[in-house]
Ligand binder design. Structure first.
Ligand code: LLP
Length: 406
């Protein structure tokens, strides 16, 4: 059995998650369902805030990347902790405001903001737009004039570092569509200088997601520091530096201590470059805050042996959790009740594609039909990327304690 710091089996063979006995999950309820441990989120965000409180700048502002998970009770935890929101669409902007985040707690990222989305952001007077191209800056500029309202902007830079993560979620390399190179600076400065409704505040970077090795991040920080020096030389006042999100989590053994160590290292690297920065530092974490806080509960429909291998066919698949199919991502699988014999299975869903799997060749305690299994670490980019392909229903969502109440 895989060692984990958040899952274990009690002496009756029932699965415990963060010390909570899950046997009551076998009762009848709507499945498949994403269950969230809200206490875990609260502890995580408090640790994140504390660890970054000493990394430099006059303030450290956190803007949670809403794309990771938009379950309302989770957003309320962030709101109560004074954390803001990083949105990437008009829909996310609307949700953040509906959840009660104040405009000055909202920043807007993303490469393809439409005129309508920019208009909504300016009208709402959010804190800042992270600009991805000179064309976007021109569009923002003309819209401030149309609306006769100002807006604060930061320029997202592409530091051109070859980030070690899955290529689909690496964003800080010159091959990626994100950010701008330093050569664009004169043109950007020109656009800002011609319109006093555009308020330049600083730079942002976000080099990629699921980073477990911070050498590339350190290199990006060094490059950012040199660009800040260059820009100051050109007469720009840098009041904010937004360092993005990206810190990874351990999907294999949920090693929480190692993750905390990585967070300390992250904070130390920032302090090394920007410890004496006289402006505000900003962060946009997603996965690190919520990844371990969600499980997907599914039920075994059929066991199938085709003479070649054993399949476990679940009522949930790539429609509810795309990460294994899309990124070959590893999610550990935990039967609610463990049995002494071990077997190797492919865990697959009901979708009519061979790419529909949640785990391949996975060694697991023996499964029977109707068993309940939990797919671990789906709190980030799980539900938010689910879809209704084949017209299966979307999964349900619930918080854990309420759900387990008899
Ligand atoms: N800021 C920006 C501008 C981003 O694009 C992202 C994530 C974040 C912050 C938050 O990154 P995090 O701290 O969560 O790594 N669907 C993929 C992940 C895509 C990440 C997209 N951008 C997955 O399931 O792994």
């Amino acid at each position: 059995m895989v060692k984990s710091q958040i899952f274990n089996y009690n002496q009756d063979g029932f699965l415990c998650w963060n010390g909570q006995d899950l046997r009551a999950l076998s009762a009848k309820y709507d499945r498949p369902i994403y269950l969230y441990d809200l206490n875990f989120v609260k502890n995580r965000v408090q640790l994140y805030k504390k660890s970054l409180s000493t990394c430099g700048g006059t303030r450290q502002n956190i803007f949670y990347a809403l794309k990771a998970n938009h379950y309302s009770p989770i957003l309320q935890i962030f709101k109560n902790e004074g954390v803001g929101i990083d949105v990437v669409s008009g829909g996310e902007l609307e949700l953040a405001m509906k959840e009660g985040f104040r405009p000055e707690q909202i920043i807007f990222s993303g490469v393809g903001k439409t005129a309508q989305e920019i208009k909504a952001a300016i009208n709402a007077q959010i804190r800042q737009i992270n600009v991805e191209s000179s064309s976007e800056l021109k569009r923002i500029s003309s819209m401030t004039k149309d609306l006769n309202k100002s807006i604060e902007v930061v320029f997202r830079l592409n530091p051109d570092v070859d980030v070690k993560t899955h290529p689909y979620i690496a964003t800080g390399f010159r091959d990626n569509k994100f950010g701008m190179n330093v050569e664009s600076l004169p043109e950007l400065i020109q656009i800002v200088s011609e319109n006093e409704l555009l308020k330049f505040k600083g730079f942002s970077i976000h080099i990629g997601s699921q980073l477990l090795e911070l050498g590339d991040f350190a290199e990006a920080l060094r490059k950012l520091k040199s660009i800040v020096a260059q820009a100051s030389g050109l007469g720009l006042k840098i009041e904010r530096l937004d360092l993005g999100g990206g810190l990874g989590i351990d999907y294999h053994s949920q090693n929480i201590q190692e993750e905390s160590r990585l967070l300390q290292e992250y904070s130390a690297l920032i302090k090394n470059e920007f410890g004496d920065f006289s402006g505000e530092l900003q962060f946009e974490p997603g996965r690190w805050l919520v990844g371990h806080a969600g499980v997907l509960v599914a039920q075994v429909q059929y066991l199938k042996n085709n003479g070649f291998k054993d399949f476990v066919i679940l009522d949930s698949g790539m429609n509810h959790l795309m990460r294994p199919t899309l990124y070959s991502a590893h999610h550990s699988i935990w039967p609610l009740k463990s049995r002494p014999t071990m077997k190797t299975y492919d865990f697959v869903g009901p979708i009519c594609e061979s790419g529909d799997f949640l785990a391949k060749a996975r060694n697991c305690s023996q499964i029977q039909e109707n068993d309940i299994v939990l797919i671990a670490d789906v709190g980030a980019y799980g539900y938010t990327m689910s879809n209704s392909y084949n017209l299966h229903s979307l999964p349900q969502q619930s918080e854990l304690p309420e759900f387990l109440r008899p």
